[in-house]
Design a protein around this ligand. Structure first.
Ligand code: ARG
Length: 462
């Protein structure tokens, strides 16, 4: 029997019922639906909109339902239209007429908007927790590798010397911004739409603020039409999650490269790699590839929501039921990717010698060599040209800047002397990049400390 049975002559067609029904996915919000109803019923009682004794009965009934669902004693009926209908039906079956008063001054339109906000707020906390775990792994690894020299790249060409710790800290910065965005997005999510009714508010003397406070929300929506039709908070969350996946997929790509024989900068633990069914020698970075690939699902969810919402007239439209599956899937995806990625990075072996060997090739100290001449008074552009000439000579002679004889240096520019070899040593090149945010071990150490403080600070908001 449908809620709206009075208006209809016969029941809905079975396939249409399945098509229309959302219980298979909105059942996730069962706890939030019940908590929202408890807060609503309590307020109805306080305001004498319903008899306080009936309000009590409703609350006890709802608590019983939640407890039974949690223990498994009560199964959610997948034939119900949605979780809201199911809970209301179950409540009435349990406590009789008082249950029929729960929906006074409420519509499923403001109810579903509330449920989704409450559910996603909880998920923001879970995502934050997971990001925090990943950041902590990176901070630990970075602290161990403030002196592990590796080549930094531009255009995927060896460019200048950095350290592995410095490289990892770049991802920490991205993930800290992700946390900050998530915290910001929560501000607009934590708003109660209850009281918006179907679209035009209600004639009952509601106390909307007290319901919001009881639910831990920061305020109430200011316009009833907006209250039921706003899904900006879903889109904002999906944008935040998409950026998380952009960051993870860039990192994943680097992990994949670093695992290749061409780089061999890291080796993944056997627990986080897979083999091949035919090639006995293979050890594949599948986890990183999956993370890279799964970013597509999250971006897809964002685009789905933008497309669902675009052009919708006010206020509620059933199109909006399509908001849930994509955002649920996106949250699940980010959680599993972040957790697995963290565990993978926590257990990897860093092949320092290979990183250093790669840094020793490719003339990545050429800029430092030019800076050396600048230190001796030459304008940078002239120094740049002189070192370019030296690099070309090295390539012709199969030399590096470290092995090139001083006489060759001096034949290009007489400002060179013996101390050039110290100036271009990889460790010196890194140590001297002491600008704030630079790769010098002391700077990275400072960056790590500051990031630890920032992490604590941002996590307070969840
Ligand atoms: N299942 C619906 C949704 O997710 C609940 C709201 C239904 N409202 C309505 N007027 N049909 O959006």
């Amino acid at each position: 029997m449908k809620l709206w049975a009075g208006r209809f002559k016969h029941d809905v067609d079975q396939k249409t019922n399945d098509f229309n029904s959302s219980i298979s996915f909105d059942c996730r919000m069962v706890k939030q639906d019940i908590m929202g109803s408890i807060a609503h019923a309590a307020m109805l009682g306080r305001q004498n909109i319903i008899d306080p004794s009936e309000s009590e009965k409703i609350i006890t009934g709802l608590q019983g339902i939640l407890a039974d669902i949690e223990t498994g004693a009560l199964k959610i009926d997948m034939q119900a239209e949605d979780i809201h209908t199911f809970i209301e039906g179950e409540l009435t079956a349990r406590i009789g007429d008082a249950g029929k008063r729960l929906h006074t001054a409420r519509s499923r339109n403001d109810q579903v908007a509330l449920d989704l906000r409450l559910y996603l707020l909880e998920q923001c906390g879970a995502v934050a927790q997971s990001l925090r775990g990943l950041i902590e792994v990176l901070l630990r690894q970075a602290a161990q590798h403030t002196e592990t020299v590796m080549p930094g790249y531009t255009h995927l060409q060896r460019a200048q010397p950095i350290t592995f710790g410095h490289h990892l800290m770049a991802y920490v910065q991205m993930l800290l911004r992700d946390l900050d965005r998530l915290a910001d997005c929560k501000k607009r999510m934590a708003i109660s739409p209850l009281g918006a009714g179907a679209l035009a508010g209600t004639t009952y003397p509601l106390d909307r603020e007290s319901v919001a406070t009881e639910l831990g929300l920061c305020g109430v929506c200011c316009n009833s039409l907006d209250g039921v039709s706003d899904r900006d908070f879903v889109i904002e969350l999906l944008s935040c999650l998409s950026l998380v996946m952009v960051h993870l997929s860039r990192f994943a790509e680097e992990v994949i490269l670093w695992c290749s024989w061409e780089f061999k900068f890291i080796e993944l633990d056997d627990g986080f790699a897979t083999g091949s069914s035919i090639m006995p020698q293979k050890k594949n970075p599948d986890i990183a590839e999956l993370v890279r690939g799964k970013s597509g699902r999250v971006f897809g969810a964002l685009l789905t929501l933008l497309t669902v919402m675009k052009g919708l007239p006010l206020a509620y439209n059933k199109d909006m039921q399509e908001d849930k599956q994509p955002v649920f899937d996106a949250v699940d995806t980010v959680l599993i990717c972040t957790d697995t990625f963290a565990a993978m990075l926590d257990t990897m072996t860093v092949l320092k010698d290979n990183m250093r060997a790669a840094a020793a090739k490719g003339f990545i100290n050429a800029t430092d060599c030019a800076d050396y001449l600048v230190g001796k008074g030459l304008p940078f552009r002239d120094a740049y040209k002189a070192v370019g000439t030296l690099v070309a000579r090295c390539i012709d002679d199969g030399q590096t800047l470290e092995t090139l004889p001083l006489s060759d240096y001096q034949s290009v520019c007489e400002l060179f002397s013996e101390d050039v070899y110290d100036a271009i040593s990889l460790d010196r090149c890194v140590q001297r990049r002491t600008v704030k945010g630079g790769p010098a071990p002391a700077c990275v150490q400072q960056e790590i400390e500051a990031a630890r403080t920032a992490l604590k600070q941002v996590c307070k908001q969840f």
